[in-house]
Design a protein around this ligand. Structure first.
Ligand code: GLU
Length: 445
């Protein structure tokens, strides 16, 4: 690593002990932006990198709530407002028992660069809780969301901080959160949350956007090699919002998704996943993917097989961080994989990325490939601000254009800095340059 950046990284390690995922995210960026730091000494003089690594504000709060049997539970809520040089803090809320401050900081840090890459006016932030919605009744989820928003509302605003969903936070949770925000503030402030249902100010294509966007990015990346998704076997880890709509778009573009997964195991369907059935199982019945194999005779379910052992030409890790390690990457290479596109945030470990890079596999990092979700959120904010709503076709067209731009920006930046085809360098440098320029313009704030 560049010497100045290495000393900045050491300081990040010292000041944020135990936050391993945050360290990993910072390291990955600092390892690639050396050439941009050399090219712009004015950024170094203004200590831009040090400032980017320190969130503008971190909020931690208690979230007490009562379950259906009258038992009291105490969870912890977080919102890390990382950087607002380009616009209001923007980024999702994650409800998952594994969520710690370091998790939210890693996600918030990634979000700053991702949002910058979209070219839209959004800063970066992230939030969430260690609350586990799994197995909870709708009323319990509602009581939790109301308690969470009773603290969070004072930090939000359409021009200040605009959360959305992430793992464990979908349309149901966002509805309860918006209801409580409206009740406390007495304001119908549609633009304060994105990912809303269509009936109360949501936008077409927001639900599909992360998966569709990742697929558009991948299609564009394949095009640079004179190739396409048509006729390819694809594996998509996960079976949440990102994975489901990735499967949908891959199928529309002529690829065939042969495996999906969730925390219970992997389903391999060599004939191509039946998406309508999978949606019914995951979105309506909220069941596990094993049910899929119970209903589809030729599909196989395994609770201990790795999804990366299923041979494919394209792999789209879309579940969670660090799910694809060096062993998984080696399996993919053995199985003939040409491209890995990250639908989730940081799903590939640093060792995994190295294995893929050494084998010449095209690698599309999450902060570029999964930017479609937040890009569609920015379009939702735009529609809310003008009290307008666009058609599905127009919204999808805008999303596609944005993803092609994100791809081309990463590709061109990688070329400019002598790293052709290196989307990690391209994404990190292009994201950094845009945030740095805005921060420089705004003075020491
Ligand atoms: N949680 C999503 C992400 O990781 C979406 C954020 C948003 O729409 O604000 O980018």
């Amino acid at each position: 690593m560049h010497a100045t950046l290495d000393s900045i990284y050491q300081r990040v390690l010292d000041r944020n002990p135990g936050e391993t995922e945050f360290h990993q995210a910072v390291r990955e960026v600092l390892e690639s932006i050396g050439p941009a730091v050399d090219k712009h000494p004015e950024y170094a003089q203004a200590r831009i990198v040090e400032r980017i690594c320190e969130p503008e504000r971190q909020i931690i709060f208690r979230v007490p709530w009562e379950d259906d049997d009258g038992n009291i539970h105490i969870n912890r809520g977080f919102r890390v407002e990382f950087n607002s040089a380009l616009g209001p803090y923007k980024g999702g809320l994650r409800f998952h028992p594994s969520v710690l401050l370091g998790t939210v900081k890693f996600l918030g840090f990634e979000q700053v660069f991702k949002n910058a890459l979209t070219g839209l006016p959004i800063g970066g932030g992230k939030g969430g809780s260690d609350f586990d919605p799994r197995g909870r009744s709708d009323r319990e989820v509602m009581r939790f969301c109301q308690s969470f928003m009773t603290e969070l509302y004072r930090h939000l605003g359409e021009h200040t901080d605009v959360p959305a969903g992430d793992m464990g936070v979908g349309a149901r949770e966002l509805g309860f959160l918006f209801g409580q925000y409206k009740r406390i503030t007495n304001r119908y402030e549609s633009g304060v949350l994105t990912g809303k249902a269509l009936v109360y100010g949501g936008a077409q294509v927001r639900r599909e956007a992360t998966g569709y966007g990742c697929t558009f990015f991948v299609e564009r990346a394949l095009q640079t090699r004179g190739d396409s998704l048509a006729g390819k076997d694809v594996v998509v880890s996960g079976a949440g919002n990102v994975a489901l709509y990735t499967v949908e778009k891959v199928h529309q573009l002529g690829g065939r998704v042969v495996a999906v997964s969730d925390s219970s195991g992997v389903v391999h369907d060599p004939k191509g996943v039946d998406l309508e059935l999978l949606k019914e199982i995951k979105e309506v019945r909220r069941e596990r993917v094993s049910t899929y194999a119970d209903q589809v005779g030729h599909a196989e379910f395994s609770s201990d097989r790795s999804i990366w052992d299923v041979p494919c030409q394209v792999a789209l890790p879309s579940a969670t961080q660090n799910e694809l390690d060096a062993d998984g990457a080696r399996s993919l290479v053995r199985g003939g994989c040409l491209l890995v596109g990250e639908g989730a945030n940081m799903p590939t470990t640093p060792d995994g990325v190295r294995v893929l890079r050494d084998a010449g596999v095209l690698f599309a990092p999450g902060k570029a490939a999964n930017a479609g979700g937040v890009a569609a959120s920015a379009l939702e904010m735009q529609q809310n601000a003008s009290r307008d709503s666009w058609t599905f076709e127009y919204s999808e067209q805008r999303l596609r254009e944005i993803m092609v731009d994100v791809h081309d920006r990463c590709h061109a930046t990688a070329d400019e800095y002598g790293r052709p085809g290196d989307y990690v360098a391209g994404a990190n440098i292009a994201g950094y340059a845009r945030v740095a320029e805005a921060m420089l313009a705004l003075g020491l704030v």
